[in-house]
Each structure stands twice: as C-alpha cells, then as structure tokens.
Design a protein around this ligand. Structure first.
Ligand code: FES
Length: 106
C-alpha cells in the first residue's frame, strides 16, 4: 500500500498507508492527523483540505480542475504547489509522496 508522508502544521512528519483509490485527504482524516479539516467531506467546495505537494511528486496526480483552482484562490498560504488533498487520488506510483499541511486550514 502506498505510504504518504504528511508534514502536519507543527512540522512533524507522519507516515501513513493510504489505499489506492482513496484521496490524500482520506488518508489524513482516517488517521486523525491534525491540519486537514475537510469540512465538505471531499466534494471540492471548502478548501480546508489544502496541502502543498512536494515538487517532485506533483506530476503523480491529475492536474487541478478549474473548480479546484478557483477554490484555492480563497485559501491562505497558497503557493504553486498548492492542491486540495481531496482531489489527489492515490495510485500505486504515489508511494513516498510527501505533502505539507499549512497552518491555515481551520
Ligand atoms: S475536503 Fe472540502 S475541498 Fe477538499
């Protein structure tokens, strides 16, 4: 099962097994990690699942849709690596992916 590293807002890394087909958001919420609030439950309408994907891993995920891009405009701490983690679906190639959760999702 792919292992995803979540760097939570206090800076500590947490490595979690996330089943293929689930989202990066699911992996965090199911393991009760802090930082990804996921208020809308993954329907791309809240932006409280904002993460920064490490540059070398960004291409492993589908490109952001217009809907995702628009929502990110309202998030804080947005960078060119910003994504909504509910839109990042885990595939076998995602083993070793690292995401950093900004302190501004709540
Ligand atoms: S969980 Fe709401 S946009 Fe991702």
């Amino acid at each position: 099962m792919p292992k995803i590293t979540y760097v939570v807002p206090d800076g500590s890394p947490h490595v979690v097994d996330v089943p293929v087909g689930q989202s990066v958001m699911d992996g965090s919420v199911r393991n009760n990690l802090p930082g990804i609030v996921a208020e809308c439950g993954g329907s791309c309408s809240c932006a409280t699942c904002h993460v920064h994907v490490d540059e070398e891993h960004a291409a492993l995920f589908d490109e952001a849709t217009d809907e995702e891009r628009e929502l990110l405009e309202y998030a804080d701490d947005v960078t060119e690596r910003s994504r909504l983690s509910c839109q990042l679906i885990v595939t076998p190639a995602c083993d070793g992916v690292r995401v950093t959760i900004p302190d501004s999702n709540g």
